[in-house]
Design a binder for this molecule. Sequence first.
Ligand SMILES: *Cc1c(COP(=O)(O)O)cnc(C)c1O
Length: 395
Amino acid sequence: MQVYADNAATTKMSGLAIEAMIPYFDKIYANPSSLHTAGQEAKEVLDAARETVAKCLGCQAREIYFTSGGSEADNQAILSAARYGARKGKKHIISTAFEHHAVLHTLQKLEKEGFEVTLLDVSQGHNVTAQQVKDAIREDTCLVTTMYANNEIGSVLPIAEIGAVCKEAGVPFHTDAVQAAGHLHIDVQAQNIDMLSLSGHKFHGPKGVGALYVRRGLPLVNLIEGGAQERGKRAGTENIPGIVGLAAALEDACTHMAENTAKVTALRDKLIAGLSQIPHSALNGDSVNRLPGNVSFCFEGIEGESLLLLLDAKGVCASSGSACTSGSLDPSHVLLAIGRVHDVAHGSLRLSLCHYNTEEEVDHILQVVPEVVQLLRNMSPVWRDLQTGKREYIL
Ligand SMILES: *Cc1c(COP(=O)(O)O)cnc(C)c1O
């Protein structure tokens, strides 16, 4: 049995999104900036897609800018707020310790330019509170940027409360909603969100296309200079098939959100209940405010990489928090930020589900994960030390 349980990394495209894209490769392929009829036809399609995305977020079409993905949207939002803040002498930014690298690395770049960054602690309940944001806001704060939902451990942040705090203080609020868009109900007006990033490939749309919502009136700086596309804020001939696919996938996800959430949450909860039976294990992330598809565990006495390889051999595609691909043996910054010590953080497993997953697949995972964890523990010198009392259990 083959089970794809890595939907937080990327998703399979929906048939609907693929179908929607096809005409824009070989039939309606003109440049939307061209004045001829074919070009204007492409322009209309672009406008319609922008309208669709805006409707899903509760904003106006002119507040949507298409980008090459979530990373670009995060970079542009943060750098824009920073440049604007600096002009007014405000160089303090608030974020959280468990953001995606698209946010954290952009903030590190700004720190080198003299910005001061406060990363809020996420060890209490594996989440942040609006009160933490409120307490961190200063006279010179030019931006609050917190993710909507965490990609590794599934915690869903109190976005409406954070938005209210930011509005009251008059500080712009950006949220990296790449894991939330198409999965959770978003209303940028009601939630007081000033800027929001999303990415097509996290909700069954195409890769390499995303969107940035920016509240009207907020300044935006360009990352890419050139033509006047995207109202002069993002140069380059528009990726019409990608934009159409993103809009179709987002609309589909928002239309079927209630039923998808019910199905995926049930699968998630069955997995969490089953895996919790493994001794010396711990669930990562907020147990209540949690993405419907996220299951994240640490298992003491094993290495996440070995676990992934053995699961792969048994047909299960999963992910671990460890950054071994980058050649470093550092465990995930997210797991460290929630307070997992290095040894425990190394034994992590993330299973991320979507509505294409089935109960049979969950049963398969529940059969193989405990077997593989036991197999690895039997070979582990650390586990032997724990069992003989030479070392103390942490979990
Ligand atoms: C995937 C992801 C991104 C990056 O999006 P891309 O479209 O792959 O650039 C950013 N933030 C979060 C939370 C993500 O999960």
